[in-house]
Ligand binder design. Structure first.
Ligand code: DGT
Ligand code: CA
Ligand code: CA
Ligand code: ZN
Length: 572
């Protein structure tokens, strides 16, 4: 079964390749269709079966036909034809900020550039400046652009990698593999992922491998063997699949989940206790007898350890804690009762307050908080005081009508001097206030810390949004004494946000742990700008779990009355 996200991914690839062909109109059409499908409620396959594909916004006759083919065969002949016109590295080349599709086609046609390495060599050897319209500066910019792409170390965001991995896992399961799991850094929910690791337990490894390489998004097979294969997807993502006998599945899952640091300690403990641990199982050293292998938890238990959740396996004291039965009882996604940071159409979001409330209700939340940008943030259509106050009334009416609590908050800019971007009388009308830094990032450490400390001292402030301001792979956080901020937040009853937007993940895992140790209350948010992004809550939860968070540490794991009490005492 092809999933919505796989169809969306193929449509995005269509968009990129038609862009390369110079057809901006088609590119936009494919993008629009891909976006609608990402946001679609219900299965595309269902729409196809019922002949309703063209009722999807942005899907006309031609695209509907392609989607129908994807649903029915898992592939698209037209997409494969387009792919064959360009070298496989081309989609990766498109990530270089300095080159647009038209230059890319010329670089390919005139210099034979096929991938990042070709491009770097051409720039270093000054072959690019010989092309009409390019110069010395373009070469410098291209080299900088390559550094940006590779500065991410070729790592991808958790939020991009996990849906891909889950789609491939589903493809394997649909092909008869019963036990399939993501492994590696992805299973540990690290914020960035080097490559995607998948593990299957199967007694028919060749069949599993056949199924793997037949996944529709596979652009090339890097290596293929009976126990391990590696493929590259069209966007350059590398995916590893290992297949082990079902008896060894638990041991292999333990091994390939890592981290390496965690595994080193695990193996040492195994040796101390007279065992040998590897990806095939836990064996007694004297007799060679296998004492655990099929179940991952058995490996831990046999070594005298409580089973350790994957998010903790970083060699940060988790094994000692497991041996002393003092692992934290980690927060779970089901503990989250509402999302406190969501943008609506009033500022730069795509959904109305009502659509957000209905989606939150469908997710099983007990409440939702909507937070638009404040007036100074013009690029995001920040709300005037009048619009803000009118929307407080709208939230109240919606709450009555739906019987579902819609809280009216705001994501208010923390201005340069630390004041908030609305008068206190206006803020006092809201259910709660998030304060965020969105401007003047380059202050020195002392000034920036002062700025945020001033904001924390405002009695109307309840939550500090994305507290370090970093954007993974694009921008370092601003220079701030985050420990001083944590202590002040704990003292004043202001919650620090764990923003689950995939390129933010702010606070980070380590900062979450530090904050909890300092008595800070965390609040887990998505910063959603569309209803589908409410799903990003699982990334915030993964990050908080990596920071050893328990339910008691998290504001929006509280029932509504206690949440309101927290907001009342804040700033006291
Ligand atoms: P990544 O891909 O850079 O985000 O990080 P990981 O942790 O996914 O690392 P990866 O893909 O190289 O390997 C996946 C897991 O397999 C790793 O977490 C632990 C295990 N593993 C791989 N190679 C070794 C090794 O040489 N020694 C040990 N102890 N474990 C290894
Ligand atoms: Ca990996
Ligand atoms: Ca790997
Ligand atoms: Zn923000």
């Amino acid at each position: 079964m092809v999933t919505n996200s796989e169809i969306a991914a193929m449509l995005y690839e269509f968009a990129e390749l038609t862009d390369l062909e110079g057809d901006v109109f088609k590119r936009n059409a494919y993008r629009r269709a891909a976006q609608s499908i990402e946001e679609l409620d219900g299965d595309v396959a269902e729409y196809d079966r019922e002949g309703r594909l063209e009722s999807i916004p942005g899907v006309g006759k031609a695209i509907a036909q392609k989607i129908a083919e994807m649903v029915e065969t898992g592939r698209s002949a037209k997409l494969e034809e387009l792919r064959s016109k360009f070298p496989p590295g081309i989609v990766e080349l498109m990530k270089v900020p300095e080159i647009g599709p038209r230059s890319l086609v010329r670089l390919h046609q005139e210099l034979g550039i096929k991938d990042l390495e070709d491009l770097r060599q051409a720039a270093l050897q000054h072959r690019i400046r010989s092309l009409k319209g390019f110069g010395e500066r373009s070469e410098e910019n291209i080299l900088k652009g390559i550094a940006v792409v590779q500065g991410q170390g070729g790592r991808m965001l958790l939020g991009d990698a996990l849906p891909i991995a889950e789609a491939i896992a589903a493809h394997l399961r649909a092909g008869g593999c019963e036990e399939v799991s993501v492994a590696g850094s992805l299973r540990r929910r690290k914020e960035t992922i080097g490559d995607i690791d998948l593990l299957a337990g199967s007694d028919e490894p060749l069949r599993a491998m056949d199924r793997f390489v037949s996944y529709p998004r596979v652009a090339s097979v890097v290596s293929r063997g009976p126990t391990r294969s590696t493929v590259r997807l069209a966007d350059g993502t590398q995916v590893d699949l290992r297949v082990v006998p079902r008896d060894s599945y638990g041991a292999a899952l333990q091994y390939f989940t890592g981290s390496k640091e965690h595994n080193v300690v695990m193996r040492r403990i195994a040796i101390q206790k007279g065992f040998r641990l590897n990806e095939y199982g836990l064996h007694r050293r004297d007799s060679g007898e296998m004492v655990a292998g099929a179940q991952e938890a058995e490996i831990y238990r046999t070594l005298g350890l409580d089973p350790i959740p994957p998010e903790l396996r970083e060699g940060r004291g988790e094994i000692e804690a497991a041996g002393e039965h003092r692992l934290p009882s980690l927060l779970r996604l089901e503990d989250i009762r509402g999302d406190m940071h969501v943008h609506t159409v009033m500022s730069d979001g795509r959904a109305t307050m009502r659509e957000i409330a209905e989606a939150a209700f469908r997710r099983g939340y007990e409440y939702i908080g909507v937070t638009d940008h404040s007036r100074s943030l013009h690029i995001a259509h920040g709300l005037t005081v009048d619009d803000l106050l009118a929307s407080v009334e709208e939230a109240r009416q919606l709450t009555d009508e739906l019987g579902f609590p819609v809280l009216r908050g705001a994501e208010v800019d923390i201005l340069e001097d630390g004041s908030l971007d609305y008068p206190d009388e206006a803020l006092a009308q809201l259910d709660y206030v998030i304060g965020s830094v969105h401007s003047r990032f380059k202050m020195d450490r002392r000034t920036m810390t002062e700025r945020v400390m001033t904001a924390l001292s405002n009695r109307e402030l309840n939550i500090l949004g994305h507290p370090t301001g970093r954007l993974i792979g694009r921008r370092e956080g601003y220079d701030i004494d985050i420990e001083q901020v944590m202590d002040e937040a704990a003292r004043r009853g202001v919650a620090l946000e764990v923003n689950g937007f995939p390129d933010r993940m702010d606070l980070s895992d380590l900062n979450c742990r530090k904050a909890i140790e300092r008595g800070v209350t965390l609040v887990l948010d998505t910063d959603a700008h569309g209803v589908e992004q409410l799903d990003n809550m699982r990334f915030a939860v993964g990050t908080a779990r990596r920071g050893w968070a328990e339910r008691k540490d998290v504001l929006n794991a509280l029932p509504l009355d206690q949440l309101r009490r927290f907001f009342r005492v804040a700033g006291a």
